[in-house]
Design a protein around this ligand. Structure first.
Ligand code: SAM
Length: 258
């Protein structure tokens, strides 16, 4: 698809969704005046991540002090069914991060209430819910549909096992609209996992809002922190001690709130 056709498809996709008009306005503003936000500080962020990075196994065993068995090994049948569900979808959406890290951070704090931003197929939701359902906890998710693909919304969360869905509360708006609604429902959370708007400014806005709502001892995680310097800068500005985990050639950041 040419660039012009892409812009037109995106624009008309938004026009069909009045609930996404605020995000359309923000996207136009960003494209006109703030294009550098996606990659701001990428080079320094990558160097910083590389220096701190550990494997998912080391993080789980040395920091969380939980013996490592991969998520796929603990839930083999559900995982196979999820792969098949993904194969059946006609749309291509964003891929998963470390399911084991997501599962074990929920286990570590015995989470009853977790927030995630960015669902797509629902791999991260599947991992968080696999832990939350043990305590009848709730996963609050925020996800804005991929506007470029008409059907994508029908498949958001398609890999999540049906038996987990009673514990899942999905908000289908941009984070700027979803997160205030989620926060109005529960004032404090045990785990926060950020995996949606990857721009520098989008991250800082959401990190600031969500960090405040994380309980003491709770766990904060953000994916793809090598994309720009937002996670590094946020941790430095607040004096936080982050753990950086390398997975599939990308970096996730985790902070345990003191
Ligand atoms: C990388 S995918 C999420 C992958 C998912 N966490 C997983 O592990 O399977 C990113 C998702 O965030 C959504 N997204 C992007 N920007 C967003 C925003 N501003 N608000 C809410 N969702 C957004 C995308 O539509 C997409 O579904």
């Amino acid at each position: 698809m040419s660039k012009v056709a892409e812009i037109a498809t995106t624009f008309f996709g938004y026009l069909k969704r009045p609930d996404l008009y605020p995000e359309l306005r923000r996207k136009i503003w960003k494209n006109l005046f703030n294009r550098s936000s996606a990659l701001r500080g990428k080079e320094e962020a990558e160097i910083w991540c590389k220096k701190l990075a550990v494997s998912e196994k080391d993080f789980i065993e040395k920091i969380l002090k939980i013996p490592f068995i991969s998520f796929q090994e603990i839930f083999p049948q559900e995982y196979q069914a999820a792969l098949q569900a993904q194969e059946r979808t006609p749309v291509k959406m964003g891929g998963a991060g470390s399911l084991s890290v997501i599962y074990y951070i929920n286990e570590y704090v015995s989470s009853k209430s977790s927030v995630e931003t960015g669902v797509a197929y629902g791999w991260s939701s599947f991992a968080a819910l696999a832990s939350l359902v043990k305590r009848n906890g709730t996963l609050f998710s925020s996800d804005m549909p991929y506007i470029m693909q008409n059907q994508s919304e029908d498949f958001v969360g398609c890999v999540i096992p049906e038996k987990y869905k009673n514990n899942w509360d999905l908000y289908r708006f941009a984070d700027k609209e979803s997160l205030p609604k989620i926060i109005a429902k529960a004032n404090s959370f045990d785990v926060i996992h950020y995996d949606s708007d990857k721009t520098y400014d989008g991250r800082i806005w959401a990190y600031t809002l969500l960090w405040d709502k994380l309980r003491k001892g709770g766990v904060f995680m953000s994916d793809d922190i090598g994309d720009n310097a937002a996670f590094k800068d946020y941790c430095e500005s607040k004096g936080l001690e982050p753990h950086v985990i390398e997975f599939d050639g990308k970096y996730a950041g985790v902070v345990i709130k003191n």
